[in-house]
Design a protein around this ligand. Structure first.
Ligand SMILES: NC(=O)c1ccc[n+]([C@@H]2O[C@H](COP(=O)([O-])OP(=O)(O)OC[C@H]3O[C@@H](n4cnc5c(N)ncnc54)[C@H](OP(=O)(O)O)[C@@H]3O)[C@@H](O)[C@H]2O)c1
Length: 259
């Protein structure tokens, strides 16, 4: 049976990691822009309070752990068989701080599964049905362009996302499908607490709000600005300046950030 397609006027977005932080900001802004939002995360009660705030009708939640095959498959199934989505925001992710060899391998693999495997599978399911005007916002990080000792795997997962998103942008633009590689810098969310470093390590003046990051990304998406949006002029300037360093100098500098 052919899955139902959305009418040309229906805007439907699926946002992963919508219960908190940047994903929550995306969900709120998309609802204001007339999208019907499907919010995905593990925490059902936080998703319920988000849905209450979204108001309107048609918004829904999927409670799923995207670091497991079962959770991921349930969202792939929704992307494949429910009414067609017009926007996918691949935002769910987490970081880990610590020496690679001393970090339990299971935790590292969980992060790779969420940050990389889930993002790839969801992109594949979405693009299988995508039409002209649809798109994906892939949430990478400025660390996607920087090696980060003591956060080695996290940076590597974001390097994967950034590279994948840029290549996908090139392939998809011929079909009128927009891909944005969103690279936030320090953003005021609970992400640092979960990753195991202090929020105070990065000064407030160098930190953007989740609201600003989501707004910047949506404006880039709407203006078909691609492939990469580094959110915030300070982050853009930093990435420009580090190009003057050799790779060895760069990794040494980054190695002093998180000891
Ligand atoms: N904050 C920063 O400084 C920063 C900088 C650059 C890039 N980023 C990226 O931005 C994205 C969002 O981060 P954030 O700062 O908003 O972090 P956050 O506040 O910790 O939010 C993360 C979201 O992902 C969800 N999530 C985590 N594990 C999940 C899982 N296994 N399955 C499903 N959902 C899961 C969480 O919800 P549940 O716990 O309810 O599942 C939550 O909604 C991430 O990809 C992160 O790497 C963040």
């Amino acid at each position: 049976m052919t899955p139902p397609s959305s009418s040309s006027k229906t805007k439907r977005a699926l946002v992963t990691g919508a219960s908190e932080g940047i994903g929550r900001a995306f969900a709120l802004k998309l609802a204001k822009r007339g999208y019907t939002v499907t919010a995905v995360a593990r925490n059902a009660s936080r998703l319920d309070s988000l849905l209450a705030e979204l108001g309107g009708s048609g918004h829904r939640k999927i409670v799923a752990d995207l670091s497991t095959e079962t959770g991921l498959n349930s969202v792939v199934d929704d992307l494949t068989n429910s009414e067609r989505y017009t926007l996918l925001v691949n935002n769910a992710g987490f970081g880990l701080v610590g020496d690679f060899a001393e970090t339990p391998l299971a935790k590292t693999r969980e992060m790779i599964f969420l940050n990389v495997t889930a993002l790839v599978d969801l992109s594949h399911a979405f693009l299988g049905r995508a039409e002209r005007g649809d798109g994906i916002i892939q949430v990478a990080s400025v660390l996607g362009f920087l090696p980060m000792p003591r956060q080695a795997i996290y940076s590597a997962t974001k390097a994967f996302v950034a590279s994948f998103a840029e290549s996908l942008w090139f392939q998809c633009r011929k079909k009128g499908i927009m891909i944005v590689n969103l690279c936030p810098g320090s953003t005021a969310t609970n992400f640092p607490d979960r990753a195991g470093w202090s929020k105070n390590e990065i000064p407030a003046w160098a930190t953007e709000s989740a609201d600003t990051v989501a707004e910047n990304a949506l404006v880039a998406f709407e203006r078909k600005f691609g492939p990469t949006l580094v959110s915030g002029w300070m982050n853009r300037l930093s990435l420009l300046l580090v190009r003057l360093l050799t790779r060895k100098q760069l990794v040494k500098v980054m190695g002093t950030v998180r000891k």
